[in-house]
Design a protein around this ligand. Sequence first.
Ligand SMILES: [Fe+2]
Length: 369
Amino acid sequence: MKTDLKIAGDYLDLIVMHPASPEDVPRGEYFYEWDGTEEYSSRKFACSVEKQPDRDFVILNFADIQCHDGEAFCHVGEFSEETMDKLIRRTKPDLITLTGDNAFDPFAYLRLIDFLERYSVPWAPVMGNADHTGLVSEFWADYRMSHAKHCLFRCGPKGMGDGNYIINITENGRPVHTLFMMDSHHEETQQKGSYDHFTSEQLRWYEWAVKGIAAENGAPVPSSVYMHIPVPEYRDAWESIHDRETGNLIPEFASAPFCKVHESYGFPLFNNGFFALCKKLGSTKNMLCGHDHKNCFSIPYEGITLTYAMKTGYGCYWERETNGGTTLTVRSDGSTVTEHHYIDPEESSVKMFMLEYYGKNLYNRNYGD
Ligand SMILES: [Fe+2]
């Protein structure tokens, strides 16, 4: 019996954990060769989502959902899904994005993919530093997502991590705004205690694409960068909205909801120059990241709005005052508006969550009488 169970377990692992690498997929082409010499072509290197001319295009972001297998199938996952469902119903997105740390473990990943697919809305994730946790490899998640019907995820160029890809939001077939979905990797192995960020090759690829899109379009196209780990300029932006003498938030932001830094920044201990490059090229108007679950803001800084997306659900750790999602709304002229959307946990109908978290027993019929 014990042997049978072991064989069954091994067999299940084999199915669930496959494929571990691109070599496990005969004829599969997931990463492409890139050295910057080939001319950019949106047809070849980007996908597109069409915007209706008479209305704004809404992109809804979920940040750091990250449930383990054991959580995804109990009240923790149920609460995350309830939060996402409320956000989708409220904002009616044309596109859903995920700023990484999407799930720990394989079954949590499969459940998340299945959940998002139900809405028949295109969705586009980037990878977070924790997205390989509990998986046979990060490629396993790449494979599963890139084969989901409504998922736009693509592995991207070889040697730059998992998931560097381009989405053009088009109106009447012409791009009005571009999304750069980029992998900011995991922990940095060269500098102890530092997170990683984009490599110099990724910066080259980004510059090549920004210039290529502008050349193809006959004019620059505004863009936004979705990534998991922030750049160091997030701290400068936060400092820029404080009164130098009092140290308090300036009035414009003191009254802004969901504007906070409640944990130390998880950006790398080095500056790869990405923010400076974006400023120089002039295309990118927004950066959105996740990673630091207790930080939440949206600050225009030196021509680029830096946004910490709102944490979605209470997987891993959270603050209940900022549970929800973040929208980036794109207008026909390519300009954007960023907004955080709070989902009050106390209004949850997940019984076990309410009992465990607020001591409210929704199992008791007389509750609320
Ligand atoms: Fe996270």
